[in-house]
Design a protein around this ligand. Sequence first.
Ligand code: CA
Length: 229
Amino acid sequence: MYRILICEDEASIRTFLKINFERNGFLVYETDTGEEAVRIASLEKPDVAILDVMLPGIDGFEALRQIREAFPRMGIIMLTARAQDTDKILGLKEGADDYLIKPFNPTELILRTQALLRRLNEKTEDTTRAVVKTFCFELDNYSQTITKADHPIVLTPKEFLLMKIFMENPGKAFTRDDLLNLVWGYDFTGDPKIVDVNVRRLRSKIEDVSSDPKYIETIWGTGYRWKKE
Ligand code: CA
């Protein structure tokens, strides 16, 4: 699952983009300031950062500069208004991988993001994500298998997906809605308690003592989080 950071101070655009990216299977981090975008980029190392140019505090150009300096290979797409200075827009071609002029169609942004990810993967032949290890667990994305201390764990496809989301994002809090959307999709119309039911079943398979979970932490009233090692 690719992870994407959206930095846009207009809440309606940001939410609209978040929903569209999630529908296309991305895990989304969102923020409305450049400072926070730099912080999330360093902390979470998303595959692609989408930065609006006009922001309160440090602007998108400065956020681009700081992120690029620390992470030369992170994909960065800039969002800019038509009225902005043409020289600066041309300058984006140097630091950013791509840019879009507002207003744009979200589908175009998603297609460009996917194209950028293909280019980045060709460049780096990314095998780092093939196997994810945390604590005594090992998740193999090629064979879609998980082991605990070298013993295979038998999971349903939904349980595997839940486990993959948790293990690839240690320490990140997921609400029940997040998990529902990521695992079951936006068009799911059943009982949202299905998240709790699946987490409970997953715990019985992966925890040492399922009544006293060590790996999948409960965030009371909100959701769940994979413990950071
Ligand atoms: Ca803006």
